[in-house]
Design a protein around this ligand. Structure first.
Ligand code: GLA
Length: 659
């Protein structure tokens, strides 16, 4: 709970030093009297993402132990938070107070708080601003705010996540203010986490009702599409964040099974850049070393915890590649180079675009995940694997003794090829540094079954600052396997008599084009399929969980025997190999969600949008008829319009006509 002036006012004092001087003085006077809770984004753990209702006091105590033994506590993680399902279904009939669940928490919450406090940590708890919580296993606090806040304070609770389920239609601000006031009245500092899913723009009022953080979206899950969809919903909220008033893009899925290491790294990098509360959602008792390293990386956490006046934001959006940046208080800039595609890509920006001052000696660039440091004359780029991110910190000057920033990249001429087609692969070595490198040499390793023939010299020699060395190989294979082909390039060069080297990975895919005539996409093999919940289904709707758990595809009363049952946000790609001319489909929300759900459907060809339509649960199916002449890759995209709940997006009768 923040009790001084709003974050917006504080931000204004930075932007308008003269006119805002008075409110700045007031703010510091008030904060001297009562320090801001959550002055930096809270760091902790919460039970929901991994354990849902399957929680008990031993799990929580063991998690507190693991917080210390894993090094998370030393890295700054502090809160151990219970989510839903910790209480009995009925209140104590005599006192009206919450009762801890007899089987799961037999020792009670006070004893648990004592245990957690003895470890130097803090305890968080959960309930809903409604009559019951979301899992409906325990009562909510609507109408019981003062008693419940006092109960939490008496138990020694330090953090409350206050959810939005079963709210009986009472206006959000009224409900969240009642709890904010009740927490304040207890006199105990309790961090107040508003979990209203962004439904009523809580960034506009969360601070004024006592919130320290507020969820900006619906629930995250451990899938790349969920992480990306939540990221997209943060754009434009940068201004509504500050000490004691944080935008919360939901808890972390870092280290959970649905994300790869690279996907976890991207998630962690972006959440840190957004000054997000970092509430781990994995099983920290048994996490692999890589997950612990990602959660505790000191340089990445330092970006999250640095309040320089504004949370990070998207600087550039080039479709599958994006550049996100955040100004740091020391004048440097934190940069996340995000690759949303599945194949590697070179992503770059410049010191000028990052808003850094002109520096004659160049810019020091540090990779926050690998700790490699180099000097750049202004270009800042890296090859980023698919579904991954590189996180850098760039400062003007400070380059003495740093080797030049040299970047290797590999680009196949075609990302998808059919049958035994040949593909050219170009390898580049960019000297983005301030001094020359010498004796540069390039190598390409051909994957098994493939022959790589260089089309020219691979000895590059000297590369001056700002220059690039290039070599090209022709790759051929007699009878290549279908699927991705990984190529690795390496470069070596010399700088000040020291040998340096770098590698880069590239990828293209061998695929089969659809047969001549008309085919249903649900009868073909896709190249990739990403889906909001559960797998994409063929010829049935999306049942959200296991393969084959859907129902007949039905839009506005019409049953479609053929089609793809998806859940937004999603992307499904098919190889057409320039052999097809027309794609027809009917898009709509499946009847199984009633009149709920709202989805944007789009058809893309080779990275260009060809057609689109929005459909709602209440509306009819929308027919699309799309010319696809010359297209190699068709992609069917769905995006949630108003949050991803109920977005059962059907592609009914998806017919591709080819020659
Ligand atoms: C809602 C919240 C989640 C989680 C569950 C618990 O869905 O948004 O974060 O707390 O309730 O039931």
């Amino acid at each position: 709970m923040r009790t001084v002036t709003s974050a917006l006012a504080l931000a204004l004092t930075v932007a308008l030093p003269t006119s805002a001087a008075t409110s700045s003085q007031e703010a510091s006077a008030a904060s001297a009297a009562e320090p801001i809770l959550a002055a930096t984004p809270p760091l902790g753990w919460n039970s929901w993402n991994t354990f849902a209702c399957d929680i008990n006091e031993k799990l929580i105590r063991d998690t507190a132990d693991a917080m210390v033994s894993s090094g998370m506590a030393a890295a700054g993680y502090e809160y151990v938070n219970l989510d839903d399902c910790w209480a009995e279904k009925e209140r104590d009939p005599a006192t009206g107070r919450y009762v801890a669940h007899h089987e799961r928490f037999p020792s009670g919450i006070k004893a648990l708080a004592d245990y957690v406090h003895a470890k130097g940590l803090k305890l968080g708890i959960y309930t809903s601003a409604g009559t019951e919580t979301c899992a409906r296993t325990m009562p909510g606090s609507l109408g019981h705010e003062e008693l419940d806040a006092q109960t939490f304070a008496d138990w020694g609770v330090d953090y409350l996540k206050y959810d939005n389920c079963n709210n009986q239609g009472v206006p959000a601000q009224e409900r969240y203010k009642a709890m904010g006031d009740a927490l304040k009245k207890t006199g105990r500092p309790i961090v107040y986490s508003i979990c209203e899913w962004g439904s009523n723009d809580p960034w506009l009022w969360g601070d004024s009702v006592g919130g320290d953080l507020w969820r900006t979206t619906g629930d995250i899950n451990d899938s790349w599409s969920s992480v990306m969809s939540i990221l997209d919903q943060q754009v434009g909220l940068e201004a509504y964040s500050g000490p004691g008033a944080w935008n919360d893009p939901d808890m972390l899925e870092v280290g959970n099974p649905g994300l790869t290491r690279g996907e976890s790294r991207a998630h962690m990098s972006l959440w840190a850049l957004l000054n997000a509360p970092l509430i781990a959602g994995n099983d920290i008792r048994s996490m692999p070393a890589w997950a612990r390293d990602q959660l505790t990386d000191p340089d990445v956490l330092a970006v999250d915890q640095d309040w320089s006046g504004r949370q990070g934001a998207k600087l550039r959006d080039d479709g599958d590649t994006e550049v996100w940046t955040k100004k740091m208080s020391d004048g440097s800039v934190a940069v996340v180079l995000l690759n949303r595609a599945s194949a590697p890509a070179v992503i770059g920006t410049t010191a000028a675009e990052l808003g850094l001052p002109q520096a004659n000696s160049g810019y020091a660039v540090r990779d926050l995940w690998t700790n490699a440091a180099s000097a750049s004359r202004g270009t800042v780029r890296a090859q980023v694997p698919g579904h991954d991110a590189v996180m850098l910190r760039v400062s003007a000057g400070g380059t003495t003794g740093l080797p030049p920033m040299v970047v290797v990249d590999v680009t196949p001429a075609k990302p998808y090829i059919g049958g035994a087609e040949a593909n050219a692969v170009t390898v580049k070595v960019h000297n983005d540094g301030t001094t020359a490198v010498t004796r540069a040499r390039l190598t390409l390793t051909a994957p098994a079954g493939w022959t790589a023939a260089a089309t020219g010299s691979v000895q590059i020699g000297s590369i001056d600052p700002g220059q690039t060395g290039t070599a090209t190989w022709l790759l051929t294979a007699d009878r290549p396997d279908l699927g991705p082909v990984n190529v690795t390039a390496s470069a070596s060069w010399t700088w000040r008599n020291q040998l340096y080297s770098g590698t880069a990975a590239g990828q293209f895919t061998v695929a089969t084009a659809p047969p001549a005539g008309a085919s249903h996409l649900s009868d073909l093999t896709w190249l990739y399929a990403e889906n909001g919940w559960g797998p994409v289904e063929k010829d049935m709707s999306n049942g959200e969980t296991a393969p084959g758990d859907g129902k007949p595809l039905t839009i506005a009363g019409t049953v479609y025997p053929k089609g793809l049952g998806t859940h937004a946000p999603g992307r499904i790609g098919y190889f057409l190999g320039s052999r097809c001319s027309r794609f027809t489909v009917t898009v709509g929300i499946d009847d199984e969600v009633g009149d709920r759900g709202r989805v944007g459907f789009e058809v893309w060809g080779d990275g260009v949008k060809l057609a689109g339509a929005e459909a709602t649960g209440a509306g009819a199916g929308v027919p699309l008829d799309v010319a696809v002449d010359g297209v190699d890759l068709i992609e069917l995209r769905t995006d949630p319009v108003d949050g991803q709940n109920y977005d059962h997006a059907d592609w009914a009768t998806p017919v591709i006509t080819c020659t």
